[in-house]
Design a binder for this molecule. Structure first.
Ligand SMILES: [Zn+2]
Ligand SMILES: [Zn+2]
Length: 359
């Protein structure tokens, strides 16, 4: 099969490798149909985040199930499914508590398409086939009527945006929300958070950024665009999000968090910023950081999309599968690569459990 390999900033190429095969009855093989870039992919492609190549690329996508093991009961060949970027088992204590990103059934941080950080053995989703080790636990069937291209980021970045505002708005319906965006941060996650906050009926949703394109997207999503670099404070919001990836943005979000409010940061800071602990203490301000537990949040995201939230507003470019390598080198904010044409029948050697695991 063919898969796309990330070799380093600005360097990707297709390669031919052996197709994965089922080695246990809980597994499935899926054929990715629409694959999105994650904000971290773009940071790796541009050299902003140090991920060492080579590794199999792509970890957000909707796929078609091609083969399932005998123990799989919730999906069948032909089903379209969201493939969570994190590998999870569904049975361990963290999985049972919806903390699927910290599954203890597999090595810590196991993911598709992030090289050594996620474990090379899972491969990437920009490939003809991907192995899903616990199909019943991981795969989420795509509801009828939802375009795979629109929700290609439902594996990771859309749930990441949802967790920044969704649980908070469930506790505080109608609360005001501030999202601080910026070029050093997870740009699409900040926009998804703003759009989801609007869709969930937040009060005022302010999106702060210096980038005109992202401000336009925020406006289209129904948020109030505020242009400029982050000031020290922009007001008082019960729910804040720092998607700027910068210390100045984080401090703005924290200083703008209301009494008893919560700031969530989906950003990865490479420079260990300092935070205003004294004023946070004075306001009983909570800062939550860490990776999303994607699998647990995907059903809520798909439900929002079914009820009218359109994440495709955030997509900045779409390319055909065969043009993926060239399209990636442009490093658009959110690229969706989609496959066209009839499904490929699975190769015969993918049936049965006798063969060894993934390359
Ligand atoms: Zn990601
Ligand atoms: Zn688990």
């Amino acid at each position: 099969m063919r898969r796309l390999l990330f070799e380093g900033p600005g360097q990707v190429r297709w390669e031919d490798v052996a197709a994965p095969v089922l080695t246990s009855p809980r597994q499935a093989l899926v054929r990715p149909l629409a694959v999105a870039t994650c904000d971290l992919d773009i940071a790796a492609l541009t050299g902003r985040f140090p991920l060492a190549g080579p590794y199999a690329f792509g970890h957000e996508g909707v796929a078609e199930v091609t083969v399932v093991g005998d123990a799989v009961t919730t999906v069948a060949p032909g089903d379209q499914v969201v493939v969570p970027f994190q590998i999870s088992c569904g049975d361990c204590p963290p999985c049972r508590q919806s903390r699927t990103g910290n599954c203890t059934g597999y090595p810590p941080l196991s993911t598709y398409g992030l090289g050594a950080m996620g474990g090379h053995q899972w491969g990437g989703l920009l490939a003809d086939l991907a192995l899903v080790p616990d199909a019943d636990a991981m795969l989420v069937p795509l509801p009828a009527g939802i375009d795979p291209e629109a929700v290609a980021s439902a594996s990771d970045n859309i749930p990441d945006g949802w967790r920044c505002v969704g649980p908070q708005l469930a506790r505080s319906p109608g609360a005001d929300v501030l999202v601080v965006g910026g070029s050093s941060g997870p740009s699409s996650i900040g926009l998804y958070a703003a759009g989801i906050a609007v869709a969930l009926g937040a009060g005022r949703v302010v999106y702060l950024d210096e980038d005109a394109d992202r401000l336009d997207i925020a406006t289209t999503l129904g948020a109030e665009a505020m242009e400029g670099p982050p000031p020290s404070k922009v007001g008082s919001f019960p729910i804040t999000v720092d998607a700027s990836g910068s210390e100045i943005g984080l401090r703005c979000a924290l200083n703008s968090t209301a009494f008893d409010g919560q700031c969530t940061s989906p950003s990865v800071y490479l420079d260990d910023p300092t935070v205003p602990m004294f004023s946070m203490y004075s306001r009983c301000c909570t800062l939550h950081t860490g990776r999303v537990h994607a699998r647990a949040a995907i059903p809520q995201v798909l439900d929002l999309v079914a009820r009218g939230f359109d994440p495709s507003v955030v997509t900045s470019s779409v390319a055909m599968w065969s043009d993926a390598a060239e399209a990636l080198l442009d490093a658009p904010m959110k690229l969706v690569v989609r496959r066209t044409g009839a499904p490929t029948p699975p190769p015969s050697e993918t049936v049965g459990y006798a063969s060894p695991s993934l390359p």
